[in-house]
Design a protein around this ligand. Structure first.
Ligand code: DLL
Length: 435
């Protein structure tokens, strides 16, 4: 069974990859400078001309681009091809401000789907597979991206979109789905529903899952793998860079290989913009070197992670990014302490709780409060008040040991926290409402 979609690229020597990136970068900077006024102005302001960027060593000369630039330029200000050559738009959900609209030529769609195809092949996918895609379809990139990748691999594709979970399981069983693509929180929900319907992993044919679009912990991975009887692979991407498939996991499951022939990664200090060496945690920045319609140079993702060039047992030489540990903008600062929701999730699952929880932060009498509602499994439930209080105390202590601050833990009854069919909302920060 082929384990690579494109062995020549995925296992290319560093030297050859750099050469390829150098050529593509220089051409891309020229394309952008000539066709996008917004960029031209930014580059002129910094005194950089296209001929100053001959290779990846010159990348640092280019200005950064941020989400606020995308909003300023909405909707057409960053378009680098005539609209007549564009065939699609996709968009972010726009929950935190104006939507970001990304444009694609047919060439861009093909490259994007190829990136997703690499992810599917790395998860063991072939044309013998049945691939059930339960990411949302429509403006969200998850459904269309994995759908296209699945077609390219030749899988029988089930374009389910999210929702109607019992029907998902019926199709999964009737059509013998072998690969599941959705958010990790929806995968957990599908696993839960499977068991609620009285089935076990013996009643389904799944072997792999390709899960992304939101942060998820190693503990969550193990929990999903167990409940669905699969190997769970991570996949990363963002609308601005085309969608899923910017990076994908291989069988080693120790980070995601970045499709470096299309995206050049950098890690920067989010406060100063200084480029950090591999191995240091910082904000991930991408330069897309092959996209035509909506190419972004040095785009700040706000995702915090680490890059690694350690040799991978799968044979791929593509650089690896760690699971994003959160976004610089979803880190909570509670009583002065930096808290990532993923740290709380790790403790919950380690302590045997379900990944269904809600973190609520507020400010009362000038002091931050942290309340965590955690769903119990049926076997953890007790009708003795004292037992419940003991359990809450023990869990609060475990979380305090991890975070350094004291939370208030509320154990709530099984199935009382709303399940997510897409990206889960796990944090409500009410302090923002008072500001
Ligand atoms: O979530 C694209 C996608 C779809 C990726 C399906 C993977 C699978 P956006 O809606 O623009 O695009 O959100 C992008 O989601 O900046 C990260 O903060 C987060 N994210 C995406 N993948 C992962 C992941 C899609 N594997 C934002 N782990 C990104 C953690 C992720 N966070």
């Amino acid at each position: 069974m082929a384990i690579y979609r494109d062995q020549e690229i995925e296992c290319m020597s560093r030297e050859d990859m750099k050469k390829l990136q150098d050529e593509r970068l220089a051409a891309q900077v020229k394309h952008v400078y000539e066709n996008v006024k917004y960029y031209r102005d930014l580059m002129d302001e910094k005194g950089v001309k296209p001929e100053d960027v001959k290779s990846t060593d010159d990348l640092h000369k280019l200005p950064f681009l941020t989400k606020s630039d995308l909003r300023d330029a909405y909707p057409y200000g960053l378009l680098a091809k005539p609209l007549s050559e564009c065939v699609r738009i996709q968009s972010t959900s726009g929950t935190t401000g104006k939507r970001v609209v990304a444009f694609y030529t047919q060439h861009d769609i093909d490259l994007w789907e190829e990136c997703c195809a690499r992810a599917i092949v790395a998860a063991g996918g072939t044309n013998e597979d049945v691939c059930q895609v339960c990411y949302g379809y429509g403006l969200f990139t998850g459904g269309p991206g994995l759908n296209g990748g699945s077609h390219k691999v030749g899988c029988l594709t089930l374009p389910m979109s999210s929702g109607n979970t019992e029907r998902q399981i019926t199709f999964m069983r009737d059509l013998g789905a072998t690969i599941l693509c959705c958010t990790p929180s929806y995968a957990a929900y599908i696993g839960e529903t499977l068991h609620d319907m009285g089935y076990t992993t013996d009643d389904i044919n799944l072997k792999a899952g390709i899960f992304g679009a939101e942060p998820w912990t190693e503990e969550m991975r193990r929990s999903i793998e167990k409940s669905l009887g699969i190997k769970a692979y991570d996949i990363y991407g963002l609308t601005e860079t085309s969608g899923p498939g910017v990076a994908f996991e291989c069988s080693e499951q120790t980070g995601m290989h970045i499709n470096e022939d299309h995206f050049i990664p950098e890690i920067i200090n989010p406060d100063t913009g200084e480029v950090l060496p591999d191995g240091e945690v910082g904000e991930l920045v991408f330069t897309s070197i092959t996209k035509e319609a909506f190419p972004l140079l040095r785009y700040r993702t706000r995702d915090l992670c680490v890059l690694s060039r350690k040799k991978c047992s799968c044979g791929r030489t593509l650089i690896k990014m760690s699971k994003p540990m959160g976004r610089s903008d979803d880190m909570l600062i509670i009583r002065g302490v930096n808290v990532f929701p993923s740290q709380i999730e790790t403790v919950l699952i380690e302590q045997g709780y379900s990944p269904n929880y809600l973190i609520e932060v507020d400010r009362v009498n000038n002091t931050d409060t942290l309340d965590i509602s955690v769903e119990m499994n049926p076997e953890q439930f007790s009708d003795k008040m004292k037992d419940m209080q003991e359990q809450e105390k023990a869990l609060a202590l475990a979380i305090k040991t991890m975070l350094g601050i004291n939370p208030k833990v509320h154990l709530v009854s099984p199935k009382s926290i709303v399940r997510s069919e897409g990206k889960a909302v796990r944090v409500i920060d009410r302090r923002k409402l008072h500001d």
